[in-house]
Write a protein that binds this ligand. Structure first.
Ligand code: SF4
Length: 869
C-alpha cells in the first residue's frame, strides 16, 4: 500500500506528511512548507492513532445513544432556545483544529441560518490581534509574504516567538538558511531566553509588553536617519506623519532595553534592506496586542519593506487551520471570505449566495465575552467543537462554572474524556486526524489537503457532517445537503468570488468547479487562486491595499501603560513546550513525547528562588486573583527576575493541580478581544507537602493526590505525586496510586527518614514501583521507567539507582531517538564538542532536529568549546 499525502494536524506551519496505517509517518519532500522535514511532534504522529480513550458512540448524559437521538436532541435544544430567546441565545465555540469544510458549514449555520454571529474560535486565543492589526493597516487580513522570505532575508527578527519550539520546521528552515549563508543574521526579541535564542546573533530581553515602545522607537529612528522609502509612502500609505510624530513622542526605554541595545537593534534593522519581522503569541496575547502588531507593520510600511523577496512582516499562526478559520469567517467579527459583518453590501451578498433566511447583522461574542455571557445565563445552548475551553481559556475555573451554567451543552470531540467534555449534556464522537478529509490553510496562505489513511472507527462522524445533520434537523435540509466534503469546498470556493467583486484579497474561485477527483488529488496551493490567473505569491510590493483608496494605513499606537507587578508578586508568562500540543489529547498518548518534560513546571530565576526559599524540584503553589495551581520548580536564568514561565498544556485528565489557566486573568485586547495570556500577577510560596512520591505502573494512573502529574510511558504510565498526611500503610498507598491490586509486594520502609519503597511483581515481572520520601524523591526516573515489565529483582529495583550495566539515560532531550541528558553529558565528557558530534555519538538531533537548540545549550552549559561545523 502506498503512503497517503496529508497534512500535520498540529501547528500553523502546515507540514506535508506521508502516512500509512501501522507505520511511522514521514515528511513529504514534495510539500512546499517542509520539503520532507518534520518536528518531534509531527514525527510521533503514528504513535497517537490508537483508539484508547476515543469517543466511539454519542453520549447523552451517562448513557450511549444513537446518532439520530443525539442529533435530534442537539437540533431540538438549539431550535427551542432560538425560538424562545432569540438567535443570540445560542453559541458555537469552535477550533483551529477543524478543517475548512467543517468551519465553513459551522459558520454558515450560525451566521446565515440561525442568524447570530455567536461563533468564535480558539484561534481568538492565538492570532486575533494579528487579524485586527492587518485589517487596520492593510484593510484586510492579509499575510503579505511567504515562507521563502524567511530564508531569503538577510535579517530575521523574531518577536515574541519561540519558533524553535512552536514552529520547529520553520526554525529548521531558517537554521539551514543561516548555515548556508552565515552572513544572515537573527535577532530574538523575547523577555525569556528560549531555544530560539540559540540561533540568534542578538537576544533582546525586553520587558513584557515592551514591543510597542521598541517598534515605535524604531519608527522614530527610521525617520531620523532618513531611511523612509518616501516613494512608497507617498504612493501607497496614509497616516505616516501622525504615526511618526506619535512614535517620536514615545520613550523607547519603556521597552526595558538599554540605549546600546536599542542602537544595535536600530543599526541592524535599518541597515538591512531584506528584513523579515516574524511574530506570534508574545505579540498577540496581550492587552496591547493589536497595537504591537501595528507598531511592527508601521516600520515595514515606512520603509516599503513588504511584499518583496526576503522582506516583510510575518505573523505565524499557532494552529493547523487558524488561517482557514479566518478565511471562512470562523471569528465572531468576520464574515466568510474576508468580508465584513459591518458592511451591509457584504452581508447581503453572502446571504444571497447562501439563499439563507436570515443573516447576522452585528459581530457576535468573542471568546472571553462568550463565556462571560454563559456565566450570566445569557446563553441557553452551547456547542463546543474540537477544543477544550475548560483548560485553554483564561480564568479556566470560571469558564468551567460558566459552561455548567448553560442549560444545554453539546461537545464534539474525538476523546471520551476531556475537561470540557465532562461538562457536556451530549457528546458527539468526531472522526480524527487520519480518518477525516478536507483542507487546511497554513501561515503562508497555502491550502493543503488532509486525507484519510485509516478507516474512521464505527460510531464516529466527520465534523462537517455532524454540523450539517443538525442544520437539516433544524429545518434547513437543502442548505446543508452536501454530497461530500468536496461539495462543501466547491460552494466555499464559489462564494469566494465575492472577494473579487468587493476588492478583497481572499479569492479561491479558480477552484469552484473542481471535480471530486481533482479535489482528492489537489496539491498544496497558495491563495489567491482566481480563474485563469497566476496563483499565490506576495502582496503589497506595489501597494494595492484593501482600504477604499487602495492605500495602507500607518497607525499612531502608544506603548501601553500597565500597572507594574507588585514587588511581592511575579508576572506569569504562559506558553508552549517543544513536544506537546495544546491540551495533550493526542501528543499525551506518545510515551517518547511525554518524556521530554513529564510534568507541569514553573521557571523561576535563581535569585527569586533564593528569595522565596525554594530549590529546583520543590513544589510551589501559585496564587492569582483567579485561582491557584501547584507546579514543580525549575530554576533558570532564562526568565527575568520578577517573571516566571509555565506551560499551558496540562489538563485535569493528567494533573490534579498543575493546570496553569485557572490562574490567568481574563483581560483582553480592546480591539481584537484576544486574551492576555502572558501577563498575570501571581504570588508564589513553597507547597509544604507531607510527603512526595514517584510511581510507575503498567496501568494508566489517575491524578488523584493533592499534587499529581501523570505521563505516558512505553509500558503504562508514571506519576509524580505529593500528599499532605503521611500514609500509615505504604503498600495500600502504592496500590492505590498505581492501580495494581494483585501480585507480590517487596517493600523498604524507614519511618525515621520518612522514606518508603514498594515493588509489585507478577510472576517475577515488575508491574509497579513506588518511591516516597519526605522531600522531593531523588531517584533515577528514566532508569526506573525502564524496569517495568522486566524481571529484574525487586531488591535492585527498590534501590532506584542505575548501575554500571544499566546506566540511567536521564531526562529525555531527543524524543525521536530517546536520548537522555545523562547520555549526552557522558558523550560531551568523552569529547563530543559540537551538535553534529553529539549526533554522531548518540544519534541525538539526527532525525527531526527539534532538539538541536537544547544540545547546543547543553554544550554551552558545560562550557564545552564548540568546534566549527
Ligand atoms: Fe507539524 Fe511540527 Fe510541522 Fe508544526 S512544525 S506542522 S507540529 S511537523
Amino acid at each position: 500500500m502506498t503512503c497517503t499525502k496529508t497534512t500535520c494536524p498540529y501547528c500553523g506551519v502546515g507540514c506535508g506528511v506521508l502516512a500509512k496505517a501501522g507505520e511511522p509517518v514521514k515528511g513529504d519532500v514534495d510539500h512546499p512548507a517542509n520539503f520532507g522535514r518534520l518536528c518531534s511532534k509531527g514525527s510521533a504522529l503514528g504513535e497517537t492513532l490508537d483508539h484508547e480513550g476515543r469517543l466511539l458512540a454519542p453520549q447523552i448524559g451517562d448513557r450511549s445513544a444513537s446518532w439520530d437521538e443525539a442529533l435530534d436532541l442537539v437540533a431540538d435544544k438549539f431550535r427551542a432556545a432560538v425560538d424562545e430567546h432569540g438567535p443570540d441565545s445560542v453559541a458555537f465555540y469552535v477550533s483551529g483544529q477543524l478543517l475548512t469544510e467543517d468551519y465553513y458549514v459551522a459558520n454558515k449555520l450560525m451566521k446565515g441560518y440561525i442568524g447570530s454571529a455567536n461563533i468564535d474560535t480558539n484561534s481568538r486565543l492565538c492570532m486575533a490581534s494579528s487579524v485586527a492589526g492587518h485589517k487596520r493597516a492593510f484593510g484586510s487580513d492579509t499575510v503579505p509574504g511567504t515562507y521563502e522570505d524567511l530564508e531569503q532575508a538577510d535579517l530575521l527578527v523574531l518577536v515574541g516567538s519561540n519558533l524553535a519550539w512552536c514552529h520547529p520546521v520553520l526554525f529548521q528552515r531558517v537554521a539551514a538558511a543561516k548555515a548556508a549563508r552565515p552572513e544572515m543574521r537573527v535577532i530574538n526579541i523575547d523577555p525569556r531566553v528560549t531555544s530560539s535564542s540559540d540561533l540568534a546573533d542578538l537576544h533582546l530581553a525586553i520587558k513584557g509588553d515592551g514591543d510597542t515602545a521598541l517598534f515605535n522607537g524604531l519608527l522614530a529612528e527610521i525617520a531620523a536617519r532618513g531611511a523612509v522609502n518616501t516613494d512608497y509612502v507617498e504612493a501607497h500609505v496614509n497616516g505616516f506623519d501622525v504615526a511618526v510624530a506619535n512614535a517620536q513622542a514615545g520613550d523607547a526605554s519603556a521597552s526595558g532595553l538599554t540605549d546600546a541595545e536599542l542602537n544595535e537593534f536600530y543599526d541592524m534593522w535599518i541597515g538591512t534592506e531584506k528584513v523579515v519581522t516574524i511574530y506570534s503569541q508574545g505579540v498577540n496575547q496581550s492587552e496591547g496586542g493589536a497595537d504591537k502588531v501595528n507598531a511592527i507593520l508601521n516600520c515595514h510600511l515606512a520603509t516599503g519593506r513588504i511584499g518583496r523577496e526576503g522582506m516583510g512582516p510575518f505573523s505565524v499562526t499557532g494552529q493547523p487551520n487558524a488561517m482557514g478559520g479566518r478565511e471562512v469567517g470562523g471569528l465572531a467579527n468576520m464574515l466568510a471570505c474576508h468580508l465584513d459583518i459591518e458592511n451591509a453590501d457584504h452581508r447581503d451578498a453572502v446571504q444571497s449566495a447562501w439563499n439563507s433566511p436570515t443573516m447576522c447583522s452585528t459581530a457576535g461574542l468573542k471568546a472571553v465575552d462568550l463565556f462571560d455571557a454563559c456565566a450570566r445565563g445569557d446563553i441557553k445552548a452551547l456547542w463546543v467543537m474540537s477544543t477544550n475551553p475548560a483548560v485553554s481559556m483564561p480564568h479556566a475555573d470560571g469558564v468551567v462554572n460558566a459552561i455548567k451554567n448553560v442549560p444545554f451543552v453539546a461537545v464534539s470531540d474525538i476523546m471520551a474524556r476531556t475537561d470540557t467534555g465532562d461538562l457536556a449534556d451530549v457528546l458527539l464522537p468526531a472522526a480524527g486526524w487520519g480518518e477525516k478529509s478536507g483542507t487546511v490553510t497554513n501561515s503562508e496562505r497555502r491550502m493543503s489537503r488532509q486525507r484519510p489513511f485509516l478507516p474512521a472507527p464505527e460510531g464516529t462522524m466527520a465534523d462537517w457532517k455532524i454540523i450539517c445533520e443538525v442544520g437539516k434537523r433544524m429545518g434547513w435540509s437543502d442548505a446543508f445537503d452536501y454530497a461530500g466534503e468536496a461539495d462543501v469546498f466547491r460552494e466555499y470556493a464559489a462564494l469566494s468570488a465575492l472577494g473579487t467583486t468587493f476588492n478583497r484579497d481572499f479569492d479561491i474561485s479558480g477552484l469552484k468547479d473542481i471535480s471530486d477527483e481533482d479535489y482528492d488529488a489537489m496539491a498544496p496551493v497558495q491563495w489567491p487562486m482566481k480563474p485563469n490567473a497566476e496563483t499565490g505569491g506576495r502582496f503589497f510590493a506595489d501597494g494595492g491595499f484593501y482600504h477604499a483608496d487602495g492605500k495602507a494605513k500607518m497607525l499612531a499606537v502608544s506603548a501601553p501603560e500597565f500597572a507594574a507587578t507588585p514587588d511581592d508578586m511575579f508576572r506569569l508568562n504562559t506558553g508552549r513546550i517543544r513536544d506537546q500540543w495544546h491540551t495533550m489529547s493526542r501528543t499525551g498518548k506518545s510515551a517518547r513525547l511525554s518524556q521530554h518534560l513529564a510534568e507541569p513546571y514553573v521557571e523561576i530565576h535563581p535569585e527569586d528562588a533564593l528569595a522565596l526559599g525554594v530549590h529546583a524540584a520543590d513544589l510551589v503553589r501559585l496564587t492569582s486573583d483567579q485561582g491557584t495551581s501547584i507546579m514543580r520548580v525549575l530554576v533558570s536564568k532564562k526568565v527575568q527576575r520578577g517573571s516566571v514561565f509555565a506551560p499551558m498544556h496540562w489538563t485535569g485528565q493528567l494533573t490534579s493541580s498543575g493546570r496553569v489557566n485557572p490562574l490567568v486573568a481574563p483581560n483582553t485586547d480592546p480591539v481584537s478581544g484576544q486574551p492576555a495570556l502572558k501577563a498575570t500577577n501571581v504570588s508564589i510560596e513553597r507547597f509544604n507537602a507531607g510527603w512526595y512520591g514517584f510511581a510507575v505502573s503498567t496501568k494508566q494512573m489517575e491524578p488523584t493526590r493533592p499534587y499529581a502529574a501523570i505521563a505516558r510511558t512505553n509500558t503504562g504510565s508514571q506519576a509524580e505525586i505529593a500528599g499532605y498526611k503521611i500514609p500509615t500503610d505504604w503498600e495500600a498507598e502504592a496500590r492505590s496510586v498505581t492501580g495494581i491490586t494483585g501480585g507480590d509486594v517487596s517493600m523498604m520502609n524507614d519511618p525515621a527518614s520518612g522514606t518508603a519503597r514498594v515493588a509489585i511483581t507478577e510472576n517475577g515481572v515488575i508491574t509497579a514501583l513506588f518511591y516516597a520520601a519526605s522531600t522531593p524523591v531523588a531517584v533515577a526516573r528514566q532508569h526506573i521507567v525502564g524496569l517495568v515489565g522486566t524481571d529484574i529483582s525487586a531488591g535492585i529495583a527498590l534501590a532506584g539507582r542505575a548501575s554500571a550495566d544499566m546506566p540511567d539515560p536521564g531526562a529525555t532531550v531527543c524524543s525521536c531517538l530517546n536520548v537522555g541528558v545523562n547520555t549526552l553529558r557522558t558523550a560531551i565528557a568523552d569529547g563530543a564538542n559540537s551538535v553534529d558530534k553529539l549526533g554522531e555519538c548518540t544519534g541525538a538531533g539526527t532525525n527531526c532536529g527539534s532538539c538541536k537548540p537544547e544540545l547546543a545549550a547543553l554544550l554551552a552549559e558545560l562550557k564545552t568549546p564548540v568546534a566549527a561545523e
